[in-house]
Design a protein around this ligand. Structure first.
Ligand code: AMP
Length: 192
């Protein structure tokens, strides 16, 4: 199974990806997680990405395309993957298409997790407060940055919905339902 989870920040892509790993036995590939590990490890890529991420802007297509290309070459991604947070721009989607074509494989589905912007802002700001309590706060989880991330989503990532609809790959699920219900809806949508 080769899936993309698409949706605004806070829609629950990461949580859903983790549930789907268990269901399908395929790895989650989160560019955000990989970038955060690079920041922690103080690699040159991490140091460069940090300021951009702290503002809630997008890291360059070249950098994230490189991350994905390397990750897709690893053994565990051969039988499938769940992309979480990539692609986020049309050029990234085109780069992905080329990477997959070179491997002779194709996407099975692109799942859009829909959610309302105000609820999302509240969810992320709450997540920040909870994490701050155990010093695990993400630097990009404060209200101003969250609003920027939602704007960036609307401007640069939302066009992917129509892009993938045009390719006949898009499935939309209501992300405002409970975590379990959303997982069930995704499974029904992709197994159809
Ligand atoms: P996420 O964990 O998916 O919310 O990503 C956190 C941050 O990492 C984003 O706000 C971006 O700054 C950066 N990032 C993650 N994935 C991408 C991507 N595909 N393209 C550009 N920037 C990304």
């Amino acid at each position: 199974m080769r899936l993309i989870l698409l949706g605004p920040p806070g829609a629950g892509k990461g949580t859903q990806a983790k549930n789907l790993i268990d269901a399908y036995g395929i790895p989650q590939l989160s560019t955000g997680d990989i970038l955060r590990s690079a920041i922690k490890a103080r690699t040159p890529m991490g140091l460069e990405a940090k300021a951009v991420m702290d503002r809630g802007d997008l890291v360059s297509d070249t950098v994230v395309n490189g991350i994905v290309s390397e990750r897709l070459d690893q053994d565990d991604a051969r039988k499938g993957f769940i992309l979480d947070g990539f692609p986020r721009t049309i050029p990234q989607a085109e780069a992905l298409e080329q990477m997959l074509a070179e491997k002779g494989v194709a996407l099975d589905a692109v799942v859009e997790i829909t959610a309302d912007a105000e609820t999302l802002t509240r969810r992320i700001v709450n997540r920040a407060k909870e994490n701050a309590a155990n010093s695990g706060a993400r630097a990009d989880d404060n209200e101003e940055v969250v609003r920027n991330r939602l704007n960036v989503y609307r401007e640069q990532t939302a066009p992917l919905v129509e892009y993938y609809r045009g390719k006949g790959l898009l499935k939309s699920v209501d992300g405002m339902a409970s975590v379990e219900q959303v997982t069930a809806s995704i499974r029904t949508a992709v197994e159809k």
